[in-house]
Design a protein around this ligand. Structure first.
Ligand code: ATP
Ligand code: FE2
Length: 325
């Protein structure tokens, strides 16, 4: 049995996990940096990561009941992400790899979101809707690459929710708070709805919603923001599913933790005779398990790097990665 250690630190989350080659998650521990006000400060977030690193690693190791000798590979998120945060995880990974003489694997964070969704949902050949703080993309695998068929032309949907929340005086991250406020919203306020083929655009929606803060109730605004942006996402996704003739949908990334988005995805799929494949919420947002699992797959295909060559890649594109499995 092969065991992989995964370290995730692209942004706010410091996550460590141990996963085996059957895809069983032995432990998945995280510590999340939350700014006192405003958005993420990369340096502050990385300071948090350095401070919690040893404790989180120890806890993950205890929960998994593994010894470092049993570990086959050390995987870390190499990018894309915030430089100081990425370097915190890479530093820990290099230290562990050197100390215990283990191979090192650099994982693309976006690929990892899709791979854990693929594993946990049991999908075979899905369209992925990847929705997070920094990304909004509609993706599917073609040959040995993940290909982006649609994306946001400006801000990511997680950024839309976080930025609106911030303007409304709600703390970061805004997504979960908007979700809870939206449950008490009743009135659907008309907001800009922009879908162009398989692409979407959210900046006009954000500006319009921000202008209504104080004029409409925050619950109605949260509700309308979700209904509008999620309908846009699913219209573009449905188009991609029809175009690619795919019958499975998997959502990946932190915004996938939103109950309403998943409910709307299920309805859309049912109406077209397709399947929305859901999985436990802990794997939607950033987590160590997705890095451990993807790193283990890469290791099995010989995709390891030396410590000297393990520089982080702040702008690591998903289609730069060959997916041989
Ligand atoms: P990436 O590099 O993949 O863009 P990320 O740093 O944005 O990653 P994730 O954990 O994948 O990290 O996503 C975080 C985003 O998910 C934030 O924008 C947050 O507001 C959003 N989010 C988390 N929970 C919910 C929820 N319940 N509803 C809506 N959005 C949510
Ligand atoms: Fe992420």
């Amino acid at each position: 049995m092969l065991i992989s250690l995964g370290i995730e630190t692209t942004a706010h989350t410091f996550g460590v996990a141990f996963v085996n080659d059957k895809g069983e998650v032995l432990s998945n521990v995280k510590s999340v940096y939350t700014p006192k006000e405003g958005g993420i400060h990369p340096r502050e977030a990385s300071k948090h990561h350095y401070e919690v690193a040893v404790g989180v690693l120890r806890k993950a190791k205890e929960e998994a009941k593994v010894k470092m000798e049993d570990v086959a590979v050390v995987a870390f998120s190499r990018g894309p992400g915030l430089g100081p945060c990425l370097r915190a995880g890479a530093t820990l990974a290099r230290a562990v790899a050197l100390k215990f003489k283990k191979p090192l694997v650099g994982v693309n964070h976006a690929v990892a979101h899709l791979e854990i969704g693929y594993l946990k949902s049991g999908a075979r050949d899905p369209v992925f809707l990847y929705v997070s703080g920094g990304n909004t993309q509609i993706i599917s695998k073609v040959g040995d690459r993940y290909v982006v068929f649609g994306e946001t032309e400006d801000i990511a949907v997680g950024n839309l929710l976080d930025a609106f929340a911030r303007s409304a005086g709600l703390p970061f991250p805004g997504g979960p708070k908007i979700m809870n406020l939206a449950k008490n919203g009743k009135k659907l306020i008309k907001l800009p709805y922009v879908v162009k083929g398989m692409n979407v655009s959210f900046s006009g929606t954000l500006t319009a919603a921000e202008k209504l803060i104080g004029k409409e109730s925050i619950e109605d605004l949260a509700y309308s923001l979700q209904e509008t942006s999620f309908a846009m996402l699913l219209e573009a996704t449905e188009r991609a599913m029809a175009y690619l003739k795919k019958e499975e949908l998997v959502i990946a990334g932190g915004v996938g933790a939103n109950e309403r988005l998943r409910e709307m995805a299920r309805t859309m799929c049912e109406e077209r005779g397709a399947r929305f494949l859901d999985y436990p919420i802990e794997y939607y947002g950033d987590n160590g398990a997705m890095i451990a699992w993807t790193g283990l797959k890469q290791y099995l295909f010989g995709d390891t790097i030396s410590v000297e060559d393990s520089k982080v890649l702040v702008r690591f594109r998903i289609d730069d990665v060959r997916i041989p499995w």
